[in-house]
Design a protein around this ligand. Structure first.
Ligand code: SAM
Length: 291
């Protein structure tokens, strides 16, 4: 059972195939189950990889309350509906995706390269596919249930690719716990680097709690509401930034931004018109300033 937000399992235990690159210790899954799987609850893993969760549920004698899948055995999280594959919603879902392209799975750990393998995508496609996978997982979780994503970050060509932070932003439900897991026995531990660098020695287990029941239609509704809120919030920030530099009449503002309004697919001027009349701005002698 977790009793700290930082965990370390130097001995990974005997769960799963330790030769399967990127495998995790089963001990963190046992702790997750202890905290979040109700008695008689259903547990799901849509990307079992080397079978760690399978060994864990056998060890805990709960295999009859478990469903496990992976692209390597025909289930595709970005094409197939997880709820339909399981047959019902789950109480707890554990998802351990590839950490971007850090390790290739198809064509390396199994089979031929697969176009929907999350580990073989551009950064942009990975973000889109991860979002789709997370919404699929959320819909497959019972209201009041939980899903947990174990994910680490990556350094590539001088950039820090913060996949765990991205996961937090993409998941459609509130984050309720963040567990930092110290990493042990990584292939990169033995690598020598030309310049001194701070080794990434942790992963995160992000635990989300499912609110009310959702499906693909309600998900779309939520996304549309979120998009217009985000659009207005971003325009407000940028308007404030413009007003930090000087005061403006509405005409001056619209003339200056005309080229953006023309090329943007969004309704820029109606948004600005609306925001200028809010409590964030005031007008003195026909000129707007920050309130
Ligand atoms: C980090 S590994 C999981 C390791 C596993 N937890 C273990 O301990 O062995 C990620 C897995 O995601 C799978 N995967 C990649 N794309 C997928 C997709 N579209 N649908 C389902 N699984 C996918 C890969 O085949 C790989 O086994």
């Amino acid at each position: 059972m977790f009793n700290s937000s930082v965990v370390s399992y130097p001995d990974r235990g005997h769960f799963g195939n330790s030769q399967y690159r990127g495998n995790t210790t089963g001990k963190i899954i046992i702790d997750l189950i202890d905290n979040f799987l109700p008695c008689d609850g259903l547990f799901v893993d849509p990307a079992v990889g080397g079978g760690t969760t399978i060994d864990v549920v056998n060890h805990l004698c709960i295999a009859n309350r478990f469903a496990g899948f992976d692209l390597h055995s025909g289930f595709n999280l970005i094409r197939d509906d997880l709820t339909s594959a399981v047959g019902q919603q789950a109480d707890l879902i554990f998802f351990h995706p590839p950490y971007g392209g850090m390790i290739h799975y198809s064509g390396n750990m199994w089979g031929e390269p697969h176009k929907d393998d999350l580990s073989r995508m551009s950064e942009y496609d990975f973000e889109q596919a991860l979002k789709l996978a997370l919404v699929n997982i959320s819909d497959a979780t019972k209201a009041g249930g939980h899903y947990a994503v174990l994910i680490g970050n990556q350094r590539k060509k001088g950039r820090y690719l913060n996949w765990s932070s991205m996961t937090e932003q993409l998941a459609p439900d509130p984050l309720v716990e963040e567990i930092i897991k110290c990493q042990h026995n990584c292939v990169s531990d033995n690598r020598q680097y030309a310049k001194p660098l701070i080794r990434i020695n942790h992963e995160k287990l992000l635990i989300f709690k499912k609110g009310q029941n959702t499906n693909a239609i309600t998900d779309l509704e939520g996304i549309l509401n979120g998009m217009s809120e985000t659009f207005m919030a971003n325009i407000l920030v940028m308007l404030k930034r413009l007003f930090q530099c000087r005061d403006w009449t509405q005409k001056e503002l619209f003339d200056t931004l005309a080229h953006l309004a023309k090329s943007s697919p969004y309704e820029l001027f109606p948004a600005i018109d609306y925001l200028l009349k809010t409590e964030h701005f005031k007008m003195i002698d026909g000129r707007y300033t920050l309130a």
